[in-house]
Design a protein around this ligand. Structure first.
Ligand SMILES: N[C@@H](CCC(=O)N[C@@H](CS)C(=O)NCC(=O)O)C(=O)O
Length: 199
């Protein structure tokens, strides 16, 4: 057993667990909310955040880096296009787009809903974030009008990574009016190894 996954499932850990299941890789799970901020987790993630892994004892954090590394290190599973290909450039494009144009705003709204102390929360961010998220959804809706998945016409780790944020956006009510993104989200939720929150 070389991979240890530090996880707590409602979190972005869903991405790493789904990637591991999809790759059919054995791993050890260290699970629990109490890991967040713990001395144990800070040895793997400098901020004590989830998800994080060790692979042969080497610490790795950030869900994008972890999922990409896991897919890259199991090339026989075909879950990611090789580095240097156009499909890989598209993988990088969509993951960066989702992180900066969608997830950053979801995270800002979450922080100002239940993470920051009540007297530090700023109500005005919610409408701003919703506007930015909907702006980012329009190109995705156009993409999914003629594509079933993000890259190369087939399911890949980009769908696991980006699908997590799209599912989060759905749960916050941001997919209304984007029928193609909603259909894509449903496609992911119906997949056998899917770890995303369904309700
Ligand atoms: N960009 C990071 C985000 C990590 C992150 O913020 N994780 C949350 C759970 S989803 C966490 O551990 N929060 C605790 C904190 O902010 O201290 C990733 O994608 O892995």
């Amino acid at each position: 057993m070389t991979i240890v996954h530090y996880e707590f499932l409602p979190t972005r850990s869903q991405r790493v667990r789904w990637t591991l299941l999809e790759l059919d890789v054995a791993f050890e799970s260290r699970e629990g909310r109490e890991l967040i901020g713990s001395d144990e987790l800070k040895k793997v993630h400098p901020l004590g955040k989830l998800p994080a892994i060790t692979d042969d004892g080497r610490p790795l954090f950030e869900s994008a880096a972890i999922c990409t590394w896991l897919a890259d290190s199991h090339p026989d599973k075909g879950l990611i296009a090789p580095s240097g290909t156009w499909e890989r450039a598209l993988h990088d494009q969509w993951c960066a787009y989702i992180m900066t144009e969608v997830e950053a705003h979801l995270w800002s709204s979450a922080r100002n809903t239940f993470i920051y102390p009540e007297d530090e929360r700023i109500a005005a961010v919610h409408a701003q974030n919703a506007r930015e998220i909907r702006r980012a959804m329009a190109p995705l809706d156009a993409h999914f009008a003629s594509n079933d998945f993000f890259v190369g016409g087939k399911f890949s780790v980009a769908d696991i990574f980006c699908g997590y944020a799209i599912n989060w956006a759905r749960r916050m009510g941001h997919l209304e009016g984007f029928a193609n993104v909603e259909a894509y989200n449903k496609r992911l939720l119906d997949m056998p190894n899917c770890t995303l929150t369904k309700e």
